[in-house]
Design a protein around this ligand. Structure first.
Ligand SMILES: NC(=O)c1ccc[n+]([C@@H]2O[C@H](COP(=O)([O-])OP(=O)(O)OC[C@H]3O[C@@H](n4cnc5c(N)ncnc54)[C@H](O)[C@@H]3O)[C@@H](O)[C@H]2O)c1
Length: 434
């Protein structure tokens, strides 16, 4: 089939490349000229394991194309996927749909023959109806449907190929067949194909993300109780998660949830509910609790290092919101590092996905290019992101300062081993922490 992906970010680029890999002709469009020129020379603008090779393979097989010319891309495609960002509007809970609506206006301008217009971006319930209003001049040329994306950064290619489910929401039943054909290489391997109304599909995506954020927040709050009551949170996660009705995933205590989806989608869901005069009090509490968690973690750092952080050397291992991605959106580090810098701490950080522009203007904050250079002088090492290369650090070899401490926000290390090695070790929701 002939597909067009508008927006070649984490979702558009990965799904476009994977659609090409299962035999479709795919044109990826982006207004960011730098991204397109990188892609044309075979360089992925994002860090996603396995993506570079897959882009090269499909680009040279002439199944995958990149352009900034939306007119050309639309003319030559039957199905158009909108994959642009839907961030939160600054200072509110509202979803900023301006990118979605702007590209709908461009699609309208250039469309001459029948197309299926798909929102893959996460959009609030009812957005498909708003899109229909924008394109009403050429209404007969479009079927507007929803196909929310569930891939996770860092595991995006696998998630595309082996999704738990594919959700298609449409008010016109005949489009289900076209979409079923498009996804048949995945459904043939066992992926569930789930159809519903367009509004239903839009809401499934928000409901899923809000539920996962709730699970994380729940276990994070229980970790606080474990710390006070001398219980190991990992026993609780395992004991609870073994119940099939609950399930063990997303029950690992850690820092606040972050990333490009959970923070904005929980807010977007509350905003949509408020609009319909429905009080989603659980999700509201989740947002508040997650916000407060950053304060809780910084208070803990004061407890570990003493009330004054002036000239204390703090080294971060990982700053992205999860491993195997370079995405910094809403990472806990974006709040923690500026706070610690303001308190006079001297900060180093190392992240395998490279230096971050977000920290360039932060006082006394430096990127180091490997674990040793990062931690050498540290008073406190904070493990924030569980990249594989952090799993087996011999801290005593790496750190010069004999009195260093380790604050493990992912419970990556074995507390007993740390004790045996006489390392002052703090983690999340485990009895060793004071
Ligand atoms: N990142 C994820 O893990 C993930 C997972 C599932 C769903 N989603 C959803 O998918 C959507 C996209 O997310 P993302 O992370 O890929 O965003 P992103 O910011 O990485 O990419 C969006 C891209 O769209 C481009 N763009 C914006 N307006 C454009 C226009 N008019 N024409 C052409 N290009 C345009 C931008 O330049 C950018 O490259 C969001 O709604 C998000 O919530 C994201």
């Amino acid at each position: 089939m002939k597909l067009c992906m508008i927006g070649t970010g984490y979702v558009g680029l990965v799904s476009g490349t994977c659609f090409a890999d299962i035999g479709n002709q795919v044109i990826c469009v982006d207004k960011d000229l730098d991204k397109i020129s990188k892609l044309k020379s075979g360089i992925s603008p994002i860090y996603e394991p396995g993506l570079d090779e897959l882009i090269k393979k499909n680009y040279s097989a002439k199944r995958l194309f990149f352009t900034s010319n939306i007119k050309q891309a639309i003319n030559s495609s039957d199905i158009i996927f909108i994959c642009v960002g839907t961030p939160t509007k600054k200072g509110s809970l509202k979803v900023d749909l301006s990118y979605v609506y702007k590209c709908c206006k461009e699609i309208l301008k250039f469309t001459k023959k029948k197309k299926i217009l798909v929102t893959k971006s996460t959009v609030p319930v009812g957005t498909g109806d708003e899109i229909e209003k924008i394109i009403k001049k050429k209404k007969k040329l479009f079927t507007v449907i929803s196909n929310p994306e569930f891939l996770r950064e860092g595991e995006a290619i696998r998630d595309f190929r082996y999704p738990d489910r594919i959700v298609i929401g449409s008010n016109e039943k005949k489009t289900f067949n076209t979409m079923k054909k498009l996804y048949s290489p995945l459904t043939n391997k066992g992926a569930k194909f789930f159809t519903t109304s367009r509004r239903g599909a839009e809401l499934i995506k928000y409901a899923s993300n809000a539920f996962l954020a709730t699970k994380i927040t729940f276990i994070n709050e229980l970790a606080n109780l474990c710390e006070k009551s001398g219980v190991n949170i990992e026993d609780i996660s395992l004991g609870m998660g073994s119940d099939n009705r609950i399930g063990g995933r997303f029950l690992r205590a850690g820092p606040a949830y972050g990333g490009s989806c959970f923070p904005k989608d929980t807010k977007g869901l509350v905003f949509a509910a408020d609009k319909h005069k429905v009080n989603l009090s659980v999700v509201k509490s989740v947002i508040k609790s997650n916000f407060n968690r950053i304060n809780l973690l910084t208070n803990r750092i004061h407890k570990i290092l003493g009330s004054s952080l002036k000239n204390k050397k703090i080294s971060f291992l990982g700053v992205t919101f999860k491993p195997n991605t370079d995405d910094m959106r809403d990472s806990t580090s974006l709040k923690m590092i500026p706070y610690l810098s303001k308190k006079g701490a001297l900060i180093n950080y190392y992240d395998p996905s490279g230096e971050k522009k977000e920290f360039r203007k932060i006082k006394n904050c430096f990127f180091k290019n490997n674990i040793k250079n990062n931690c050498y002088n540290a008073d406190l090492v904070i493990l924030l992101t569980e990249w594989d290369e952090f799993k087996t650090i011999d801290f005593k070899k790496v750190i010069k300062n004999k009195k260093f401490k380790v604050y493990d926000l992912r419970n990556l290390y074995n507390a007993n081993e740390m004790k045996r090695n006489k390392i002052q070790y703090f983690s999340v929701g485990r009895p060793n922490i004071k």
